[in-house]
Design a protein around this ligand. Structure first.
Ligand SMILES: [Zn+2]
Length: 381
């Protein structure tokens, strides 16, 4: 374990309670590229291959604009000077060094490629400002082969956040040496986010309301990347049991052996949920595990999380056995409970990316923004 910290993550990053982008003071000018105001029609695709240093460097070169904009956003949201950001990010280096030294090397490369400091490259993988449950929604699913028309696993989600992340986002295809390839939707220099690997391990994600308090541990993004270094869900579970995660988050996953599982990953360890014969799993933003599905945590969850869960259940059940990608596109465009629907149009938090992975085919269909308005683009591994 890390040395017990007497400061919280929030204190480390100097977060004011409820601080939002709109309320943040503009960062002082230091020549960084401004965030684009007009959304592109689809997310760009970047590819990197080689050693971890090379992966980072190529990622950094291609995503330099998004990485710089992300750093600006973190600083603006957390009201930090460049020096403060560097100092605070450096406090996480021992954790990265201990749990994922190879990814620290990749962050070094990321900084070199993007022309930002090593500490700023680490800050992109610490973030912290979007992870309070009220600020992130998401509806996720995983369906076993037997539920799909093609008899292959399908998994994915709508990612619901502030739309300011859209100009920072892209699809990253990673070809590391001697490890599975990765296809991930990510943004602003994060080493991985939602997606899957060439062994069929897919991971999607939801914020959770309440649960055990945050702590000074290892940030999520490097851990998520290490999940894509695994070849089965069993490997992922043992990884998660070893990682002192900073805050609670839900992972909805499948692997290449037709296993699916949901992991309510908390600072007190993972709670693993199985499908119990249903043949699929869905999750929104409240706990389902016995240990944490308490009235107290429910009060701290998005109220719309409960009807959204019921809705995605009934949509999946309505087509179970012959579900196609086109069906899922419909499910993820659903407006029941609008504007806090599965396809979310709420003020301050809406669907910024809609993802449907077919890991056996090496394909992920991704729509930029609300899928009711945008077409899905197929990205291949
Ligand atoms: Zn919509």
């Amino acid at each position: 374990m890390l040395k017990p910290g007497h400061f919280s993550r929030r204190e480390l990053f100097g977060l004011a309670a409820g601080a939002r982008v709109a309320a943040a003071a503009p960062p002082e000018s230091d020549g960084a590229v401004p965030v684009e105001s007009r959304e592109p029609a689809q997310f760009p695709l970047y590819t990197a291959r080689g050693t971890h240093r090379e992966l980072g460097r190529q990622h950094g070169e291609q995503a330099a604009r998004q990485i710089r904009a992300h750093i600006q956003m973190i600083r603006a949201q957390q009201r930090m000077s460049r020096e403060q950001l560097r100092r605070r990010a450096a406090q996480f280096q021992p954790a990265f060094d201990r749990y994922c030294p190879h990814l620290l090397e990749e962050m070094r490369g990321l900084g070199e490629g993007a022309g930002v400091s090593f500490e700023e490259a680490m800050a992109c993988n610490i973030r912290g400002e979007l992870h309070y449950a009220p600020q992130a929604g998401c509806t996720a699913f995983a369906i076993r082969a037997q539920g799909a028309a093609q008899r292959e696993m399908i998994a994915g989600q709508n990612s619901d956040m502030g739309t300011e992340v859209i100009p920072l986002a892209y699809i990253l295809r990673l070809q590391p040496q001697n490890k599975p390839e990765v296809l991930t939707y990510t943004f602003g220099g994060m080493l991985a986010y939602h997606g899957f690997n060439s062994a069929g391990v897919a991971k999607f994600e939801n914020a959770l309301g309440g649960g055990p308090p945050s702590r000074f541990g290892i940030p999520h993004y490097p851990v998520e990347r290490m999940m894509y270094e695994c070849r089965s869900l069993e490997e992922v579970f043992s990884l998660l049991r070893k990682m002192p995660l900073e805050y609670n988050v839900n992972f909805l996953m499948c692997d290449g052996q037709d296993n699916i599982a949901d992991v309510e990953s908390t600072t007190e360890g993972p709670q693993i949920l199985q499908d119990e014969g249903a043949g699929y799993l869905v999750h929104t933003n409240h706990y389902l595990s016995k240990r944490f599905a308490t009235p107290e945590n429910f009060k701290r969850s998005l109220p719309d999380s409960f009807p959204r869960l019921e809705r995605i259940h009934s949509l999946v059940q309505s087509r179970y056995g012959s579900i196609t990608v086109a069906d899922i596109q419909q499910f993820l465009s659903d407006h029941s409970g609008y504007p806090t629907s599965i396809c979310r149009h709420d003020k301050g938090m809406s669907t910024v990316a809609s993802m449907i992975a077919e890991p056996a085919r090496g394909v992920m269909h991704v729509a930029l923004g609300n899928p009711c308005q945008r077409r899905y683009v197929a990205y291949t591994m």
